[in-house]
Design a protein around this ligand. Structure first.
Ligand code: ATP
Ligand code: MG
Length: 631
């Protein structure tokens, strides 16, 4: 079927469309009603149907593909690769579920999972799904305070943690972070289940509280745990947003709607058929990891590659080597990772046989044109930019090569996915804007299956965070967008990343693009700072491609001129700071709020999501040194 027809049907006849899509998964008992929207902006999909994420991801495949690889967990940090067929996955998940049961974890209980990208993270998630417990995976790179915040919000019955993770060959002990988090937490769970890889010989255990997973697993090996069937709208898991813009929100997902969205998207968006291989380089702690390392590929009967390590170790060819070895069909990564690889020798890309690789999907942040162009040419496969949020759980704007490949357009993630009633509206009038005019990206309820059902234990926050921005009841993405004549959507940055210069509102991202159009610029970050006269003025932090030598003054002026030429004098950055690195979150997103705070001599705020704490020192030094001479 062609994209237009497919999309149209999802909007014009949603119940018929989703009733059809629901057939992609196993229902223990069928839905009684496809959509209940009696209480907007809440909505319930597949009401009355009972199903299980675990059954659909594991048990269902035993009849036809028990001996096929389900999961390959590769660690370039420990040097260990572990392969599991669907049959082996079944037994691992059952043993894990039995361990959970023995710790009195049952339906509706929360389990916080604090593990790196290792097979046990997948087993733990599926084991929770099997018994109807609600998992909340916390990214392993988060510090104690972040973990404590999430524990306090989720109030788990159990915390599952690793002894340690590794990054760049260095062991990062998790247990001291766990201990500190539980000390800080007001709702510490009675037990911590430790998956010990023997990485931290100094690890201490608290008698009675801390339990050894391997020991318990041995006691429960071979036990089969029956599936707990859940009503489609019961919670399956919680996942906190990245916290780029403030206190993270506990995104709550359902069971049936999410399973259907996974089954649909793995096939029609990611073009993965049963038996094919999907390699997502995400971390299980992110939305992409949940959907396209775990649930999507497994519900789709595919083989999923899970990777612990950096893209450049042991060498920058490691990902392409894995693509060759496992015959990867679809790869999914982030623009940040590709930018890292772009700095390496291109010959690494030519060393391996990538003839099976059909698509590279990239998401999570704007995909700049130079990066997109470089990787497209280097790989020789289409690069599919796709836009989504932790909240949506699957791409909201994307091309769907599994259905029909539309031409890609640099800088655009493409067209709305099925069920997303997308509009770009004027922030003041709420009216839809014309092609070429910038507005706020919104979705008209009901949100499609797979998207969040609410904010955990905070229905009010769900309504006011997402649906209270306009007179009409609309889900605000909080991102700016513009559509072209053909409906291709371009994302222009976050609505809170706006600078108000003398009453004119300027998007930080537009100014950054103008600065980055100067050939010497590697990356730019623009923030607005207080100005007595104009209210706010933009300033810019820049990393350069190579040492600009004595000519930095000239480069600075040229950058400012780029902005003036493209956006006008009002947007001209009043100061330019050349720095070595920009502060990014662990998920690769620019931490503008911290940059702005430092520039305004305020506390940079919660820095626990920061990837490299050193980057902020660099910014501080640059601010002390003063701006580079421009005009
Ligand atoms: P928080 O909501 O807690 O501030 P966050 O928004 O960074 O954190 P995520 O849900 O991980 O958390 O990120 C979603 C955001 O990432 C989108 O709203 C958008 O700003 C950006 N994004 C994702 N994919 C793309 C893309 N393909 N192009 C441009 N921006 C993207
Ligand atoms: Mg967000």
């Amino acid at each position: 079927m062609r994209y237009e027809e497919f999309y149209r049907q999802s909007i014009d006849e949603p119940e018929q469309f989703w009733a059809e899509q629901a057939r992609r998964i196993h229902w223990e008992s069928p839905p009684q009603q496809i959509l209940d929207q009696s209480n907007p902006p809440f909505r319930r999909w597949f009401v009355g149907g009972t199903t299980s994420l675990c059954y659909n991801a594991v048990d269902r495949h035993l009849a036809e593909r028990a001996e096929q690889l389900a999961l390959v967990a590769i660690s370039s940090e420990t040097g260990v690769t572990r392969e599991f067929t669907y049959r082996e996955l079944y037994w691992e998940v059952n043993a894990f579920a039995a361990v959970l049961r023995s710790l009195d974890v049952g339906k509706g209980d929360r389990v916080v999972i604090y593990l790196p990208n290792m097979a046990e993270a997948v087993f733990a998630m599926l084991a929770c799904a099997r018994i109807g417990a609600i998992h909340s995976v916390v990214f392993g790179g988060f510090a104690a305070h972040n973990l404590a915040l999430r524990i306090d919000d989720a109030q788990p019955k159990l915390l599952i943690a690793a002894d340690a993770g590794m990054r760049g060959g260095k062991v990062i002990p998790y247990k001291p972070l766990v201990d500190a988090a539980l000390n800080e937490s007001s709702a510490p769970p009675p037990h911590v289940l430790i998956v010990d890889r023997g990485l931290d010989p100094q690890m201490t255990r608290m008698a009675g509280r801390d339990l050894d997973f391997a020991e318990l697993r041995r006691a429960h090996e071979g036990v089969e745990v029956p599936v707990t069937w859940l009503e489609s709208n019961e919670p399956s898991y919680l996942l906190y947003t990245s916290g780029t813009t403030g206190r993270p929100k506990g995104v709550q997902r359902d069971v049936g709607g999410y399973a259907v969205a996974m089954a649909l998207s793995i096939r029609t968006v990611f073009d993965i058929a049963p038996g094919q291989v999907m390699f997502s380089t995400s971390d299980v702690g992110w939305a992409v990891g949940h959907s396209y390392n775990v649930y999507g590929p497994l519900i789709g009967g595919a083989t999923s590659l899970l990777y612990e390590g950096m893209p450049t170790r042991p060498d920058p060819g490691i990902w392409w080597q894995l693509c060759e070895r496992y015959g990867v069909h679809t790869m999914f990564s982030s623009p940040t990772a590709i930018r890292v690889l772009k700095k390496q020798d291109e010959s690494w890309l030519k060393k391996y046989d990538l003839s099976k690789l059909k698509w590279l999907f990239l998401a999570g942040e704007p995909l700049d044109e130079p990066t997109a162009q470089w990787i497209t040419e280097a790989l020789g496969v289409p690069v599919i930019d796709n836009y989504w949020q932790t909240e949506t759980g699957w791409p909201a704007i994307t091309l769907m090569p599994g259905l029909e490949l539309k031409p890609t357009r640099f800088g655009s993630p493409g067209l709305p996915a099925p069920g997303y009633k997308m509009k770009v509206i004027d922030e003041n009038t709420g009216k839809e804007v014309a092609a070429g005019v910038k507005g706020v990206l919104v979705f008209k309820p009901p949100l499609p299956p797979g998207c969040l059902t609410t904010v955990w234990r905070d229905d009010d926050r769900y309504v006011y965070s997402y649906f209270s921005h306009f007179k009409e009841l609309l889900y605000s993405s909080l991102d700016w967008a513009v559509r072209d004549e053909d409906g291709y959507t371009f994302i222009l940055g976050r609505t809170d990343d706006v600078i108000n210069v003398a009453g004119h509102r300027l998007g930080t991202r537009e100014i950054e693009e103008a600065v980055a159009s100067h050939p010497a610029v590697a990356e730019a970050a623009v923030v607005g700072i207080k100005d007595e006269l104009k209210g706010q003025v933009p300033i810019v932090f820049v990393t350069l491609k190579q040492d600009a030598g004595d000519g930095t003054g000239a480069v600075t002026q040229a950058m400012q001129q780029c902005v003036v030429d493209q956006l006008g004098g009002l947007a001209k950055p009043s100061r330019v700071y050349l720095v070595n690195a920009l502060p990014k979150t662990r998920s690769g997103k620019l931490l503008r709020r911290s940059l702005q705070a430092l520039a305004e001599h305020r506390d940079p705020g919660d820095l626990s999501t920061l990837d490299d704490p050193g980057a902020l020192d660099d910014i501080r030094r640059a601010l002390e040194r003063g701006p580079d001479q421009g005009s």
